[in-house]
Design a protein around this ligand. Structure first.
Ligand code: ADP
Ligand code: MG
Length: 352
């Protein structure tokens, strides 16, 4: 009888909606770290400290010295699609990492989340949420800035928990996220501390804020993150074409790697993993490297936000250029030019 199977259409409650969205935004501890550190960067922090335990599975805590959130706004920060970063009228003009207003409510749906915050000249306050249920705001004592603590990620979704890899592998993914963001933000100091077990924990990664102009700061930061050998073998890249500006460093072919481990691409300050750009990087080295070698580079494309759509995927690591051929052409020609010049210099030095 068909009437027995007639479905009932129901509006899902907010907690269920947040849990579903969390499936897209928060895949693993590293994605939570990415969202929280991006929030700290958006808040104008100069110093960001990340503490984790057990690969981020039991604890992720991000402390920043940014602008903070006023106590009365804390419930709003945890509400879905609530953001201070855009007004919704111009999705093509985005200058911050965040804009969806999804991260905090999603994290609050899949873990035990506490936010403590204190904007300059205000009293500190905190709010806690677990399994989508929010406690009332209460006073908290802290320095200026924000401390977000996420415990027991996926405790309410055991299926997700099972898909996580070892603490070591999840910890490595977190380190990778922080390194990428640290490359994008050389003027911010970053610390990653592993607080597993007893004791004060151990620093896994630590960089001081770089000084000087952006190019020097970037070179200094790349030297810290990718190693001095990369920095010493890297050619500076600086080229512009039709509104796309390409900067960064590309390593000499002699510094190539057996796997594509040292390829870092950023679009408007955002770390991206984009097939088009990776392909362009490979293409640029085509005449300079054998097939089994992979170039090393950290490249930054900056352009008017209207020329690139970062709204492609919730995790936002993919982008879509309005003119993909232009982005590809810029990378290929700028790198080929730099590599040819370096080769020319090397051969004339040998000859002379
Ligand atoms: P989005 O980053 O897309 O705006 P989030 O859910 O990540 O969405 O954050 C919601 C809001 O909470 C942000 O728009 C911001 O106003 C505030 N917020 C989050 N983290 C911080 C932080 N570390 N410092 C200051 N404000 C924050
Ligand atoms: Mg955010």
């Amino acid at each position: 009888n068909i009437s027995d199977i007639r479905p009932v259409i129901r509006q899902l409650d907010e907690a269920a909606i947040n849990r579903i969205a969390a499936g897209e935004v928060v895949e693993r501890p590293a994605s939570a770290v990415k969202e929280l550190v991006e929030n700290a960067i958006d808040a104008g922090a100069r110093r960001i400290t990340v503490e984790i335990a057990d690969g981020g599975k039991t604890l992720i805590r991000v402390t920043d010295d940014g602008c903070g959130i006023s106590g009365p706004d804390l419930p709003l920060a945890l509400s879905r699609h609530a953001t201070s970063k855009i007004d919704g009228s111009d999705l093509l003009n985005i200058h911050t990492f965040g804009f969806r207003g999804e991260a905090l409510p999603s994290l609050g749906a899949v873990g035990r989340l506490t936010i403590q915050s204190r904007p300059q000249g205000e009293e500190g306050a905190e709010i806690a949420v677990a399994g989508g249920r929010m406690d009332p705001v209460k006073p908290a004592a802290l320095n200026g800035g924000t401390v977000v603590t996420l415990r027991d990620l996926f405790y309410a979704t055991p299926a997700r928990l099972k898909f996580l890899r070892t603490d070591r592998a999840e910890g490595q993914a977190i380190t990778d996220v922080i390194k990428r963001l640290a490359m994008a933000e050389p003027f911010i100091a970053f610390t990653l501390r592993d607080a597993s077990g007893d004791g004060a924990g151990r620093d896994v990664f630590r960089v001081q804020a770089e000084q000087g102009d952006l190019f020097d700061a970037l070179h200094g930061r790349l030297s810290e993150v990718l190693g001095r050998e990369f920095a010493e073998n890297a050619l500076p890249i600086d080229a512009t074409r039709e509104g796309l500006h390409l900067t960064g460093f590309a390593a000499l072919p002699t510094y190539s790697r057996g796997s594509p481990v040292a390829q870092y691409l950023f679009v408007n300050g955002r770390p991206v993993r984009d097939k088009l750009l990776i392909g362009a990087l490979r293409g640029a080295y085509h005449d300079f490297l054998s097939r089994d070698r992979h170039p090393a580079a950290a490249l930054f494309i900056d352009c008017d936000p209207t020329l690139v759509d970062v709204n492609v995927h919730p995790a936002k690591s993919e982008v879509r250029f309005r003119d993909p051929g232009l982005a590809r052409g810029l990378i290929v020609s700028a790198l080929r030019h730099a590599l040819a010049e370096a080769g020319h210099r090397a051969s004339t030095t040998v000859a002379g």
